[in-house]
Design a protein around this ligand. Structure first.
Ligand SMILES: [Zn+2]
Length: 95
């Protein structure tokens, strides 16, 4: 009787191992996959790059949120017990 082991693949961004359902494959390079958290990170970087070239009120808000996020991460607040859990959960809903 064969064993059913979950298929895992590495994320090309963070090198973590993930199940196929938790990966996003790149269109022209299907062998390359990134995990959902890294996909969110890459999207934010792409939007920030676009905001650099095109100034909008929404871009200014996103820039402010990113500056706060950078400060939280540089101080390690996102890793502090209940406060860190709250900040990580809150980050899911921020642009
Ligand atoms: Zn990743």
């Amino acid at each position: 009787m064969p064993t059913l082991e979950p298929v895992v693949a590495p994320c090309w961004c963070c090198a973590g191992e993930f199940a196929e359902v938790d990966l996003v494959r790149l269109g022209a390079r299907p062998e390359a996959a990134i995990c959902l958290d890294c996909a969110r990170f890459v999207k934010r970087r792409a939007v920030a790059r676009r905001d650099e070239h095109r100034r909008t009120p929404f871009g200014a808000v996103r820039g402010g949120v990113q500056r706060v996020r950078d400060r939280v991460i540089s101080n390690g607040w996102h890793e502090r017990g209940p406060l860190g859990a709250f900040l990580r959960r809150l980050d899911r809903f921020l642009p």
